[in-house]
Design a protein around this ligand. Structure first.
Ligand code: GLN
Length: 198
């Protein structure tokens, strides 16, 4: 039998800055317990973590300042289920183009991204996406100053937009260029809660 914890997994939401409150709501509606993560001790006992959208440069700087960067890198590389959206995807990526010179992120996800790679004229847009594993209906992808995935290594691309990867999976990591927490569609959060519980 599964431990009680796994039926209602505890998912941390990195709360340095950015769109973390919306993730908390979506995760709780999807059956998870949640905890805001602001310090290394907040990582204790988590089944999963969300790295939200926001500003990747600020997020990385604050993670360094609070001492979270290294323990978070260790936890994710040891298999902590991770959902990274937009700036979160940048923080997780192996290579970042157009970041700050001293932007040292987690470097765990085998992709190269260009910050704000969709260009100024299309700062924000919405696109219907077909995502592997979600079945049926397309998913409303809300892109806000999104990173462009320029290269992919050993990841599975689970959605594309105009030929470019916009959602990838690598083991227990799922990373998205867009913001599922800003739509009423809970399918990606529900899938992530299942992944964290497994
Ligand atoms: N452009 C932001 C960055 O570089 C990401 C935008 C977002 O998360 N919506 O971090």
């Amino acid at each position: 039998m599964r431990p009680a914890r796994a039926r209602r997994p505890l998912i941390g939401v990195l709360a340095m800055q950015g769109a973390f409150a919306e993730h908390v709501r979506a995760l709780e509606k999807s059956g998870a317990r949640t905890r805001l993560v602001r310090a290394p001790e907040d990582l204790e006992g988590l089944d999963g973590i969300v790295l939200p959208g926001g500003e990747s440069t600020t997020m990385t700087m604050l993670m360094e300042r609070t001492g979270l960067l290294k323990p978070l890198r260790r936890a994710i590389s040891h298999g902590l289920a991770t959902l990274a959206t937009c700036a979160g995807m940048i923080v997780l990526a192996r290579d970042v183009v157009d970041g700050m010179a001293d932007q040292h992120g987690l470097g765990l996800l085998d992709i190269g991204v260009r910050r704000n790679g969709y260009g100024r004229q299309v700062d924000s847009f919405e696109a219907a996406l077909d995502i592997t594993g979600l079945g049926g209906k397309s998913f409303p992808g809300v892109f806000i100053r999104a990173p462009l995935v320029e290269s992919t290594g050993s990841v599975e691309v689970i959605a594309r937009h105009n030929g470019d990867a916009v959602a990838v999976r690598q083991g227990r990591i799922v990373a998205l260029c867009f913001h599922p927490e800003l739509t009423g569609d809970l399918r990606l959060h529900r899938e992530f809660v299942k992944l964290a519980a497994s």
